[in-house]
Design a protein around this ligand. Structure first.
Ligand SMILES: *Cc1c(COP(=O)(O)O)cnc(C)c1O
Length: 221
């Protein structure tokens, strides 16, 4: 895995320390997280609070000295915000005003900060997670009004059966809107098991890789 990341970096003239590997451990038991932690991996991602909360707690208990950081990458319901902010240092799925308001409320109460990515919905279907590109500017303004959320940049998931490079090209075009409002929010959370090399070559700063590292997920685990 590290060799493939290094290869993609070399092809695109980038340094591997410009790319953060987030290992997505959803549907895998904490034993796997412990194993990865013992190997030196300390950045993990999950998409459901029900699973992430006990898993992150179990890792802290089993490896109290591990410096694990948890990224929350799934759709986030407002009633889960308080729980998620109990362990996550980064939220990749900011996609609506009501979520920003709730994050703001809990962060203020806890006197806490979080890194945030705005998730783009590339499907055109408003029922899916993420903000539609035409609403990005307005949402970004909202996030920027909340000093407790450090807006890192954009997150997107390439659609199934769609060419990942053309999807990432769209993200780069849409990113201009964000950079015109917030030039420092230039991080890109792009790329999963199937397309992380393309994502790196196109400028991803964060890749979210699950099954290529952890093996196939059991659906009912
Ligand atoms: C599951 C998931 C991933 C990782 O997917 P793989 O194909 O297993 O690498 C990345 N991002 C999000 C948002 C996910 O839900």
């Amino acid at each position: 895995m590290l060799a493939r990341i290094a290869g993609a970096c070399a092809r695109s003239g980038r340094s591997p320390d410009q790319v953060e590997l987030i290992v997505i451990t959803k549907n895998h038991p904490v034993d796997l997280v412990v194993e990865l932690s013992d190997l030196g991996q300390d950045v993990f991602g999950e998409n459901r609070d029900q699973e992430a909360k006990p898993k992150s707690a179990a890792l802290s208990e089993l490896r109290p000295n591990a410096q694990a950081r948890w990224h929350f990458v799934g759709q986030l319901q407002t009633n889960k915000v308080k729980s998620v902010l109990g362990y996550a240092s980064s939220i990749h799925s900011i996609d609506r005003d009501s979520l920003v308001a709730e994050l703001s409320k809990v962060l203020t109460r806890n006197e806490q900060q979080v890194d945030g990515f705005i998730e783009l919905n590339l499907t055109g279907d408003p029922g899916r997670g993420g903000v539609l590109p035409e609403n990005l500017g307005q949402l970004a303004e909202k996030v920027l009004q909340e000093p407790r959320i450090k807006l890192r940049g954009l997150m997107a998931v390439a659609g199934l059966g769609v060419d990942a490079r053309s999807e990432f090209d769209r993200v780069l075009a849409i990113q201009e809107v964000l950079l015109s409002i917030s030039p420092e929010s230039r991080d890109l959370s792009l790329g999963m098991s199937e397309d992380f090399e393309a994502a790196i070559e196109m400028g991803a700063t964060h890749i979210r890789v699950g099954s290529a590292i952890t093996g196939p997920r059991a659906n009912n685990a």
